[in-house]
Design a protein around this ligand. Structure first.
Ligand code: ATP
Length: 260
């Protein structure tokens, strides 16, 4: 497949307000993108569209080779991994970690289909690979925020996704849990059959070097998009936030941004 997704003049209207405005954007195979935007910019709306939970009011949207209106959304969902605190809210508190990971195979909340011994083996292997062996057997409700995010990533990987959406995955994580989670994301990017990664974050320092493309979204419109070196400049970011900012480069290629 040559490309992962393509927004072509996509708009979303709610009431008399356009919350996504004539958005055109393309993610090609092999690209990982980060999306930055202040609260209310329309990031969640974009992600909901990509997963087929919300349809464009106008325009054309293509995700993993399927054009909305001509493709099966339930089938599409099985190819997309989704990690977000919104998904955490939908999980059943009493479900055990291994069951949650297994449910990723069916893109369901809970398991309603037969599970094979190979499935169980794979879920255990994924959890082990991610350093989550100690979580096996624990109910979801008792997990820390960092552990919950780890389980969601493992769940997403269970489906062998072609696209992995990370919607503010570091929300609520302490300093060390955040770095740990980011390193897991970096490891996923290195996998031979790595999914395309789409990260939504409020913090530029979470944009790991594996995210070589960045989109800046403001009030439903793309302000800038393209290779990170061209987008993440002091001038662009000051113009984007409409406030003077200063930047500090941390941990190699990661950029921390502060108001001046
Ligand atoms: N169903 C809806 N009806 C009316 N307005 C909506 C609806 N859904 C979203 N909006 C509005 O659209 C705008 C974009 O919302 P969205 O949740 O996509 O922003 P966001 O960039 O994800 O914000 P945040 O960073 O706070 O999560 C917001 O102003 C929101 O109030």
């Amino acid at each position: 497949m040559a490309r992962v997704l393509k927004f072509d003049d996509v708009s979303v209207t709610r009431g008399n307000r356009q919350i996504i405005k004539h958005l055109s954007w393309e993610v090609n195979t092999g690209e990982n993108w980060a999306i930055l935007g202040l609260n209310g910019a329309g990031k969640t709306t974009m992600l909901k569209m990509i997963q087929g939970d919300l349809w464009p009011t106008s325009g054309r949207l293509e995700v993993l080779g399927g054009v909305f209106g001509h493709t099966s959304i339930p089938k599409l969902k099985t190819k997309i991994g989704w990690v977000s605190t919104a998904l955490q809210d939908q999980l059943h508190p009493g479900d055990r970690v291994e069951g949650i990971v297994l449910s990723g195979k069916f893109a369901s909340i809970g398991i309603y289909q037969p599970v094979t011994a190979a499935d169980i083996e794979e879920a255990t292997a994924i959890l082990t690979q991610m350093g989550g062996t100690k979580l096996i057997g624990k109910p979801y409700a008792v997990l820390s925020q960092g552990e919950r995010q780890l389980v969601l990533i493992a769940r997403a990987m269970m489906a062998h996704p072609q696209l992995l959406i990370l919607d503010e995955p570091c929300n609520g994580l302490d300093l060390f849990a955040r770095e740990e989670l980011l390193q897991r994301v970096a490891a996923i990017a290195q996998l031979p059959n790595a999914p395309a990664l789409l990260l939504v974050s409020h913090y530029t320092e979470e944009i790991l070097p594996c995210f070589k493309h960045v989109l800046l979204l403001r009030q439903g419109e793309i302000v800038r998009s393209g290779p990170r070196q061209r987008v993440l400049t002091v001038d662009n970011l000051s113009a984007f936030y409409q406030k003077p900012i200063q930047t500090v480069t941390v941990r190699g290629d990661r950029l921390a941004v502060y108001p001046q």
